[in-house]
Design a protein around this ligand. Structure first.
Ligand SMILES: [Mg+2]
Length: 276
């Protein structure tokens, strides 16, 4: 054959899949970080806020396991217990994590500025709103209730505990494709504040937008972020942009409030025949 032909999706964006903590609520993604610190403290191995944040985005049990595998934590665990943290330790800490996380979620569940406006604009364009999260179903019940109370209710929510594997596997994104009855993964955009969350979207064959300032990468609540001197803000912003770009995000912006220009650009690229 002299020529070959390939097809490309040229239709409308059908769905935007939004992460929860650090994307639509909990500016700085603070709720999980403080509880991870608490459960390690209870085992006599205090961890830093930075260590608590490294695996952010993963299923919360996987997250605990990953903290235990950080070289610095593993060393201190050995000093305290004379061995590496094992599966039983992870199970024990996860069991303690669940009620503590549920207890404090509402303290951090305020919507991130711009969420309602952007979701409203996406809906006006006929785009469905899906969501994925590293939280379990019972934790999400709290966030869903608090989100709805503030006027945010996605059409689909898939939790890490509802699929065979959480991020960076594509399963939660693909379950949203099914739930929302979307015809092509290339018609979807995944938005997330963490590296595994962007990788999840890429693994699913979707467009991705990384959020640099509102989530885990900067890791400060809105008040603390606003209180920073401009030069310090800029240094933290730059570091976060590099991190989110290097994991393969098609776009990186500060927060969900900056989403619409990216959506416009993605739609134009789809019309031209570009694929994620
Ligand atoms: Mg997040």
């Amino acid at each position: 054959m002299t020529f070959s032909y390939s097809r490309s999706y040229r239709g409308p964006i059908q769905a935007v899949l939004l992460d929860w903590a650090g994307t639509t609520m909990d500016f700085g993604c603070c709720a999980p970080a403080v509880v991870f610190m608490e459960v390690f403290q209870r085992q006599g191995v205090p961890i830093t806020l930075e260590e608590a944040r490294v695996p952010m985005g993963a299923h919360k049990r996987v997250h605990i396991q990953s903290i235990g595998r950080l070289e610095s934590v593993r060393r201190r665990w050995n000093e305290k217990h004379g061995r590496d943290p094992g599966e039983e330790d992870v199970d024990k800490m996860f069991a303690e994590f669940i009620p503590k996380q549920i207890e404090c979620l509402s303290t951090y569940s305020e919507l991130i500025p711009g969420t309602l406006e952007v979701v409203g604009e996406l809906r006006r364009r006929g785009i469905k709103i899906g969501s994925t999260t590293g939280y379990t179903t019972e934790m999400m019940a709290v966030n869903l209730r608090d989100g709805e109370r503030q006027g945010y209710k996605p059409d689909s929510t898939v939790c890490a505990s509802e699929v065979p594997a959480g991020r960076p596997f594509p399963h939660m994104c693909l379950q949203n494709v099914i739930n929302l009855n979307v015809s092509a993964v290339a018609a979807c955009v995944k938005v997330d504040d963490t590296v595994p969350g962007v990788e999840e979207g890429l693994s699913a064959g979707m467009w991705t937008i990384g959020l640099a300032v509102s989530g885990n990468e900067v890791g400060l609540n809105l008040q603390d972020w606003n209180a920073l001197p401009k030069a310090v803000q800029e240094a933290k912003r730059q570091r976060a942009y590099v991190r989110m770009h290097q994991c393969g995000s098609h776009y990186v912006v500060d927060s969900i409030a900056d989403l619409i220009p990216c959506i416009d650009d993605i739609q134009a690229r789809i019309h031209r025949g570009e694929a994620p």
